[in-house]
Each structure stands twice: as structure tokens, then as C-alpha cells.
Ligand binder design. Structure first.
Ligand code: GAF
Length: 396
């Protein structure tokens, strides 16, 4: 399966002009794949995501009034909202993320201008590659720059997360918005989700980042995500009996958890064990990437998947099968589910020479065993969000 063809700035400019009859400025923000560190971000923990070369694109021009007119290409739908009446806007799926971002920017005191926006995404929606964060961040840059407002990228990420938490209603952590803002080509970022300090970790030059889409998204995902978060909070409250100073599972070590496991009901203990051990795995994995220790990376990715499947219970048959098939192929340096779970994608590190046979063989076997034809992409680690520059012959 070839990669989805990314849009170019020229294409977005042309489509914008055809729709709005004006020449736009263009902004781009990437989706992500997470190498390891799943469901740790909202526990103040560690993650190791990579921004990928699939983006959301936003063309924008200012308006004279305070309206946002938003055309969402992936939905073939247009929405309008008055910036002074966002609270009474009837939410529609095609524009809930961009309007949410406008809401959180305005809430934070940034006075925006009315805008026409054309939004087009390369990131497959609902695949766990963070299409929503890419829409949020690209829209935030477009709205801020059009209003002449300079804002630090980490603040942009936090306001986009706030939009998703409070306007859309998904209690996500900061990972996706942060990596979309700060991604670095050829690198992953080791992010401390408490301090928001990030360190770039070079990706192995001998391996490709291959993403396998199971093509399923089980609809319990949103509810179960919020449930997991509540279970972690319950774990922290119970563990405070032994460790009054802890604020999040980030503050608990495996040894401490084992010592006081009798404080926790079985399910809550397993949720906590996933988070606590996953945090430890992220730090070991970052060191292993830096040393080029491939055996350790493979083991940590496998342990992460097992922990997500058995302790955190966010995997599903299709993800488990995709990983099982992947690890039986030649040249695979690691495989696991990536993102929130309940469907979506796996992430695989595959030796360059083995990528083609991997794609064919995994695709064939997964389809034989499920009846579903998976999309399998080889992705590059990309830069974070930016204003897109039109090359001269691309101008419309
Ligand atoms: C989703 C969320 F948006 C992230 O914040 C993160 O929690 C992830 O699931 C799981 O690691 O992508």
C-alpha cells in the first residue's frame, strides 16, 4: 500500500482560491507515531513520540467580521461560527477541533480575527496517528498568525490540549499536541510530560518506521480512554495512604507499587503497574536508542505491548494479531500498538532492506486472517508545525 500522498502547499493554495476566491497563507502541522510510552502522558510521565511526514494543512485569510468560516475537505462540509458566540455554537464533527481551538485561544485572552479557513488532512482519521492534534495545531498557528499574535509553541500545544479536554470532551494528555508543535526531523522526542522538557533522540539510521493500520476503531475508545484516566487517578488517591507526597503515578516506582499493592483493588493495581513500568521502559528505551542497542529496544517494545494488552486492556484482537504477524517477519527490530488503542495502528521498526517483503507479507497474512486489507506505510520523522512556503511555480 503506497503512503497517502501528502498535500503540497501549492495544492492547498489552489483549493483555497477555488473555494474562497482569495490567496491564502498556509500552515502545516504533523501527525505522530509514538515509539513507546503509552497512556503515560496524563500521568505526568514520559513518552517517546515522532512527528511524521503526514500533516494537516490549513489555508487562511482574514475577514472583516468576527466569523470563522471553516471548510473541512475530509468531510466536504463547511461550518460557520461567530467568535463572540462560540458558546452557543451547535457542535458539528467537521469543525469541532478548529472551533475548540479558537475557543481556548480566546479564553486565554488572545483576541482573534475572523478568518476563512480551508482544512485538508493527510493523516488518516481515527487511525491513532493523531489527526486531531494535527488539525488543532495547524488551526492554532493559522488563527494566531492571522491575528498577529506571537505565542510560544509549548503554550500553543497546551491550549490545543485544553480545546480537546474542555471543548471536545476527550481528556487526552499533552503528547500529541506537543510533538506536533516541536517534532524534529530524523528524531524522536523524549518528553517529560510534567516539566515539558524534551530531548531529541536520533532514530536508528538502519531502520524504517513502518506503521500498520488494522483498519478497525472500536467505538468504546473514547469512553474507555476517560475511564483509564479515572482509574489512574483512583490509584494515586489510594497510594497516597502510603506516599502522601505523590501527585501522579509518575511519582511511584515499581518497587513502591509492589510493596503497597494490597492498597489497591486488582484492576486498579494492574492499571498502575502498566503506567509505572511503562515510564521505566521509556527511559530505558531512550537510552537504548542512543546506544543503538537494538535487542533492548525490541524487548521493551514487546513488553510495552504486553502490558497494554494485559494490564491496561487497551489493545484488541486486531492489534495483537498485527503485532504477532509483524514480529515473525525477518528484519523487524520491534513492534507494538501505538496511540490510545482499541484499534488504529501498530508501529514497527524494520531494517530498510526488509521493508518491502514486510509490507507484502504482513498485508497478505493480516488480510487472510481478518478479511481486512490493512494500510501499511513507511513514514519519515518530520519537523513540527510551521508556516508552509509556496515554491514560486506552485503559486496559484
Ligand atoms: C491518545 C491521547 F491523545 C494521548 O494524549 C495519549 O494519552 C495516547 O492516546 C496514549 O498514549 O493519543
Amino acid at each position: 500500500m503506497p503512503n497517502p500522498r501528502p498535500h503540497t502547499p501549492g495544492e492547498i493554495a489552489q483549493k483555497f482560491s477555488a473555494h474562497f476566491r482569495k490567496k491564502p497563507e498556509i500552515y502545516r502541522a504533523p501527525g505522530r507515531v509514538n515509539l513507546i510510552g503509552e497512556h503515560t502522558d496524563y500521568n505526568d510521565g514520559f513518552v517517546l513520540p515522532v512527528a511524521v511526514d503526514l500533516s494537516c494543512w490549513v489555508g487562511v485569510t482574514p475577514r472583516q467580521d468576527r466569523k470563522l468560516v471553516i471548510y473541512a475537505e475530509n468531510y466536504s462540509d463547511q461550518a460557520e461560527v461567530d467568535l463572540d458566540a462560540i458558546g452557543s455554537w451547535q457542535k458539528k464533527p467537521s469543525a469541532v477541533y478548529p472551533v475548540g481551538v479558537a475557543w481556548s485561544l480566546e479564553q486565554a485572552g488572545h483576541r482573534l480575527k475572523g478568518c476563512d479557513l480551508y482544512i485538508a488532512g493527510d493523516v488518516p482519521m481515527g487511525s491513532g496517528l493523531s489527526s486531531s492534534a494535527s488539525i488543532e495545531v495547524a488551526t492554532a498557528l493559522a488563527l494566531l498568525e492571522t491575528a498577529g499574535i506571537q505565542l510560544d509553541r509549548t503554550k500553543v500545544a497546551l491550549l490545543c490540549q485544553q480545546a480537546e479536554n474542555e471543548f471536545v470532551g476527550a481528556r487526552c494528555g499533552i503528547m500529541d499536541q506537543f510533538i506536533s508543535c516541536h517534532g524534529k526531523a530524523e528524531h524522536a522526542l523524549l518528553l517529560d510530560c510534567r516539566s515539558l522538557h524534551a530531548r531529541a533522540i536520533p532514530l536508528p539510521s538502519d531502520a524504517a518506521l513502518v506503521v500498520c493500520n488494522t483498519m478497525v476503531k472500536h467505538n468504546l475508545a473514547a469512553n474507555e480512554y476517560n475511564n483509564r484516566r479515572a482509574e489512574c487517578e483512583e490509584g494515586v488517591q489510594l497510594l497516597k495512604k502510603a506516599f502522601p507526597a505523590i501527585a501522579a503515578l509518575r511519582d511511584v516506582t515499581s518497587a513502591q507499587l509492589e510493596q503497597h499493592r494490597q492498597l489497591l483493588p486488582g484492576k486498579i493495581y494492574r492499571r498502575c503497574r502498566h503506567v509505572v513500568t511503562e515510564n521505566e521502559r521509556v527511559l530505558h528505551a531512550a537510552a537504548a536508542f542512543e546506544k543503538g542497542d537494538q535487542l533492548t529496544i525490541a524487548r521493551l517494545m514487546a513488553d510495552s505491548h504486553t502490558s497494554l494488552r494485559d494490564d491496561y486492556e487497551v489493545s484488541c484482537q486486531e492489534l495483537d494479531l498485527m503485532v504477532e504477524i509483524a514480529v515473525s517477519q525477518k528484519g523487524v527490530l520491534g513492534a507494538r500498538m501505538t496511540g490510545g488503542g482499541f484499534g488504529g495502528c501498530t508501529v514497527n521498526l524494520v531494517e530498510h532492506a526488509a521493508v518491502e517483503p514486510f509490507v507484502l507479507s504482513v498485508g497478505r497474512e493480516y488480510q487472510q486472517r481478518t478479511g481486512l486489507k490493512p494500510d501499511i506505510y513507511s513514514l519519515e520523522a518530520a519537523q513540527g508545525a510551521e508556516a508552509a512556503v509556496l515554491v514560486p511555480n506552485e503559486r496559484c
